[in-house]
Each structure stands twice: as structure tokens, then as C-alpha cells.
Design a binder for this molecule. Sequence first.
Ligand code: 5AD
Ligand code: SF4
Length: 441
Amino acid sequence: MTEAKKLYVKTYGCQMNVYDSERMAEALGAQGYAQVDTAEAADMILLNTCHIREKAVEKVYSDLGRLRPLHDAKPDLKIAVAGCVAQAEGAEILRRQPMVDLVVGPQTYHRLPMMMDAVGRGERVLDTEFPQEDKFAHLPKDRRATRGPTAFLTAQEGCDKFCSFCVVPYTRGAEVSRPAERLLREARDLIERGVREITLLGQNVNAYHGAGSDGSEWGFARLIREMAKIDGLDRIRYTTSHPNDMEDDLIAAHGDCDKLMPYLHLPVQSGSDSILKAMNRKHTADSYIRLIERIRTVRPDLLLSGDFIVGFPGETEADFQATLDLVATVGYGAAYSFKYSPRPGTPAAERAMVDPAEADDRLQRLQALVTAQQHATQDAMIGRVVRVLFEKPGRMPGQITGKSEYLHAVHADGPLGLVGQIAPVEIIASQNNSLTGRLIG
Ligand code: 5AD
Ligand code: SF4
């Protein structure tokens, strides 16, 4: 038997890239590649890149530069660049980095086996098309790269919203929902492999409208309800969502679907209506706040998380204050705030930038507020009993770690046999980004 060729994958960016990396590893697995944990051990290196914010392209080129000595020592080493930087830069990568063999966008990686044949013949390959065919229909059906009790599952991809700052509609393309039957099948396969929690993914996952198993079109709530019927699946989450796609039935599901976890990532980006308008968000601060109230009416313990951009072109101090006010009103359990970075090809990139020192200062002030909210939310968990799905050994000997319903990382002393199980835990302390608990019962 010949020894398996070794593949090292480095994933940048969002959870969908984590999912795509697994699927690419599975496609290459069918070509005889087995995954390894270091670039040094690899016969092939795959960088799955992200283009969402600043310096993404520079980071990829500098990471490629750092692979040079490895490539010099092992001239047969294959190097592939995938993901959104591959999509955006295309042939430029092959031109600037002669050691790169393959550039593949997010919509064509099901063709990897064919591309690798060409690479094997000494060709350099570029494929950044947006093809007609569904890549998922052409990928290996069994999800063998999945390890552990939690998994991602892409339900929807691409975005038609065109927020004026965002590169996603250009790198990932138009919104496409996968047929429900395929998603349910993939979910069942994941459950057979020991998965108990599935996070449904999409750039706009709550805009899901796919072909249902009964021939009708299913919205996102219907998909969640059908997933919830799968025996052995205990927890469902989803990310990421647009406020305008929170339809009534989805809100209702937060109240009546037990398997849907009480955590929602619902980015608002800004609390200023004029900035929201300039961002092409098509909602106001007030409509967002009312929406949150409706969801909390059906699920009062919902933990809310969000994304914010500060220093968007034209943002004044008063606009920024409106963002702080919105954060204070809503109350987030977790939040991600970013300094605006102009993305080539997006409408906002043409506009005058806010003074960088001012933008830095706003970012710090916003982060101070959301960090305080996060810590207050965590502190409020002390004394409460949560149910933790244990995922792996903890950092300390004798500890195991997992996630609560609210997606808090929780460590507790306990037997490794609990990994893959859900157990009740009393929270006894809160750290920076995690909670400590005590197993009960
Ligand atoms: N600049 C800064 N942040 C951005 N995001 C998306 N595009 C940009 C940009 N050009 C942020 C948004 C989005 C998150 C995934 O990344 O907050 O919700
Ligand atoms: Fe980007 Fe999200 Fe807006 Fe789509 S909805 S353009 S992915 S920020």
C-alpha cells in the first residue's frame, strides 16, 4: 500500500470557511490525502482565505512568503489558495507567487479532484467561476472529516443585500439555498458520526428559501422545525442573519422549538439611521430594537450577539453616540466591533474616510461598553444551572470543556467519558471569555 499523501489546511475567517475547509479536505481525501496538523509535514498546503476586512490580501501574500523555505526544501510541495481572497485576486496570485499551483474560489472547490489531476501533470490551475451546478451535489456525501459532537452545516450561501461596505456579494455571489432534503441527509449523516449539535450556516442564513422535501418551498423556520425532528440531534443554532429576514415563523420557533438554542447573532452594524441608510441596511435602529423586543417576548432568556462597524464614511460623533445608545438599550451577551475598512469594488470604498485616530478611539469606546456587557451577562450566570454539551478535555488536568445553551464556554472537573454528552452544570465563576462550573447530579 502506498502511504497517504499529507494535506495541511489553514483556515482564515468565518465559520463557513471552517465548513468549506472540511469539505475540501473530504474531496482531497478521495484523492488519497490525509490531513496533518503542521505545514512542515505536508505534501500539499491549502490556505482557505478570507477577504472581509483589512489587510486580508497582504496577510495571504505574507503567509505564502513564509512557505518559501518549505517549498525550497521540498520542491514537490503543492500549494493551493482557496476562499474569498482567491476569488477576488484570481490570476494575480499565480502571477505574484510562482510557487502557487492552484487558485480556487469558494464556488468551484468540488472540482478539486480534477484540478489536482492537472496540477499532477505540472499545470498551474485557476478556477474562480460561479458555475451553474451545485458544488455540494458533487462533493463526497459522507462527512468523514467531522470530529466531535458539534458541526457546521451550510444551508444557504451568498448574499443579495449589498450592504455598501461588504465584499460578500462579490466574493460569494448571489444568494442560493440548498435543497432541504440534502441538508436533512447531511444532518443525519453527521448524527451517525456522533454529532449532537448542528449550526446552520449562511451569509444570510435566515433568508433561506429552499426546495422542501414535499415539493413546496421551505422558509428557514420550516427547515429548523424539520431538522428538530431528527432523533439524536439535540441542539440547533444558526448564523449569521439579517434583521429584515427575521420572519414571524422564525421568531415563533425561538419560543416553541426546544432544540433551537437561546442564542442569536443578529448584526445591526450601527445605531444611527443616517449611517444605516448610507450602509444600505434597509432597516432603522428603532425597527431593530422593536424586533429584538418581539424575539425576547417569546424567549426572554435569549442571549443576543451582534456586529458593529465604527468609522463608516460620514460617521459623526453623534452617529457614534447613537450606536452606543443602541448597545445600551439592547444589551448584548457578546458583540464583535470592527473599524471600517474600505473593500475594493464596494460602493462605500469611494467615500471619504473618517479620521483614523477618531475611528480608533470610537472602536475602543465601543469595545469597552460591549466587554462590560459581556462580563455582566457572564456574571449573571453565576449560581445558575446550565446544560453543557461537553466537547473536549479542558486545559487543566481533570477538566472537560463545552458550551452551554447560551454558547458560553464552560469548564468543569469531570470524566472524559462525558465528552459528547449533555450534562447539568452549576456555574460558580466567570473569567474573561469563559465560565467555570460544577457538575451536578
Ligand atoms: N469593514 C469593517 N467591517 C466589516 N464587516 C463586513 N465588511 C466590513 C468592512 N468593510 C463586518 C460586519 C459584518 C462582519 C462579518 O464583518 O460587521 O457583520
Ligand atoms: Fe455583507 Fe451581511 Fe450585508 Fe450581505 S447582509 S452584504 S453578507 S453584511
